[in-house]
Design a protein around this ligand. Structure first.
Ligand code: SF4
Length: 456
């Protein structure tokens, strides 16, 4: 944790600290404003005594945010039937699941009690702020019984104001017992599913170590269509042994299911996975993977699914994922659960937090009011990279005013890197600051290189 007096000012006790009272909160305004000027603050200012328990968060600091960004809630449910060999998420194989796939009832209840204790302890940091989206991610959240998730969402609603149209997504796997629960999940208040289909080819599903087959995946999508207007299908490509023709069949088969939203991921070998230490045979080389991406882009466009982010495609603007859009627009999020991350903004600071990663340790610590294992204030010099790492993933970018709204810094902090990117043809060569922080099509192809220009 960052000490409260580590911002370089000589006399912390003498500093005037400012409490942000409950501000007017809305989605990003997008109003252009005058470049280089600070928008009027929506935070009300009151002096914070240096010994205030939240002085590290609420006190004076290097930033001047005009108001808090939209707030999302992420809840991590960490167990899976089996650990997939490519997965580097904080997911834990759970032995002793019943044939019905239920987690032991005591474990579900204990974990939810820990989540609620975690939320209770975090409330002072987000007091009064409406939540625009909730994402129940994992792991395999659909291992939890619908009634448990209904109770969890009731507890959230009792503590945080959910926006009237809040998107509430559940990550689900297509196993038989799980898709049998989709109707009950909808009744529990979940209004969007994200289904981990990955492929509709049984050979490739086996190569990925998935526990479901293609028939189960199709049945799960059909069940989702019956109960959810909004759902996402996750699909992977560049799989072991996959040829271009295999991928074409997979993409066509998925598009025939008419998903409102599609997320497409290149299989990567992440550290700390079985695939990293024992790479599977037959992985497509870079040229083939590039041809695969071209094929995906052509066929999704023909099917009316618009690519709005590096990996995300939606049938219409209304069907885009609100939760992920908030990440990419550098919004705030409170992460609850084992290993969850948070990014929280205050009038003069932005903080990041991480929860204990191992589920049992998390539960013990959360019930004792200590769910956070580490936290740091984001240094202003890191904000250009953090902001562009997210914003440039969006195909249309974000309006220039968003930089000052979300970081409390003037656009001048981006000028040097932006001009370098423009010189390489990665962003439009227009007068600075541009109307939109966005790449050119060429810059979108060299996204990592373009983002790295903003490193301190
Ligand atoms: S089901 Fe998902 S979260 Fe679980 S191990 Fe497989 S990839 Fe990871």
């Amino acid at each position: 944790m960052r000490p409260s007096d580590a911002d370089g000012l000589p006399d912390p006790a003498a500093r005037r600290r400012v409490i942000p009272l409950v501000p007017e909160v809305g989605r990003f305004s997008g109003s252009p404003g005058a470049p280089g000027t600070a928008p009027a603050s929506r935070y009300a200012a009151t002096a914070v005594p240096p010994d205030h328990p939240l002085a590290d968060f609420l006190g004076d600091g290097p930033l001047s945010l005009p108001g808090p960004p939209p707030l999302s809630l992420y809840i991590h449910l960490p167990w899976c039937l089996r650990k997939c060999p490519y997965c580097d998420f904080n997911s834990h194989e759970r032995a002793g699941l019943g044939d019905d796939g239920h987690l032991p009832p005591g474990l579900e209840a204990d974990y939810v009690r820990a989540l609620i204790a975690d939320l209770d302890a975090a409330l002072p940091l987000v007091w009064g702020r409406p939540v625009i989206s909730v994402f129940l991610g994992g792991g395999t959240p659909s291992l939890f019984q619908p009634q448990t998730l209904a109770d969890l969402l009731s507890a959230v609603r009792a503590r945080l104001p959910l926006a009237p149209e809040a998107e509430i997504t559940l990550e689900a796997n297509p196993g038989t017992f799980e898709s049998g629960r989709y109707a009950a999940y909808a009744q529990a208040g979940i209004n969007r599913l994200s289904i981990g289909v990955q492929s509709l080819n049984d050979t490739h599903l086996r190569a990925l170590g998935r526990v479901h087959d293609a028939a189960q995946a199709r049945a799960a999508v059909a069940e989702a269509q019956r109960h959810f207007e909004r759902f996402n299908i996750d699909l992977m490509y560049a799989l072991p042994g996959q040829e271009l023709a295999d991928l074409a069949r997979d993409v066509d088969a998925v598009l025939a299911l008419q998903p409102p939203h599609l997320s497409l991921y290149h299989l990567t070998l992440e550290r700390n996975t079985r695939f990293f230490s024992q790479p599977p045979e037959g992985l497509p080389d870079a040229d083939l993977a590039s041809d695969m991406l071209d094929l995906i882009l052509a066929r999704t466009a023909r099917a009316g699914l618009g690519r709005y982010e590096v990996s995300a495609f939606a049938r219409s603007e209304a069907l885009r994922c609100t939760h992920n859009l908030n990440y990419w627009a550098f919004g705030d999020y409170l992460g609850l659960g084992a290993g969850a991350h948070s990014k929280l903004s205050f009038a003069h600071r932005i903080w990041r937090q991480t929860r204990w990663r191992e589920p049992q340790q998390y539960m013990t610590q959360a019930l004792a009011g200590r769910a956070v294992s580490s936290q740091d204030e984001v240094a202003p010099q890191h904000l250009p990279f953090e902001f562009m790492l997210n914003a440039l993933r969006l195909k249309d970018g974000v309006p220039h005013a968003l930089w000052a709204e979300r970081t409390g810094l003037p656009p001048a902090h981006l000028a040097t890197a932006w001009r370098k990117a423009a010189a390489r043809g990665w962003v439009p060569d227009s007068p600075f600051p541009p109307r939109q922080w966005v790449t050119t099509p060429r810059g979108f192809d060299f996204l990592s290189d373009a983002q790295e220009l903003f490193l301190p």
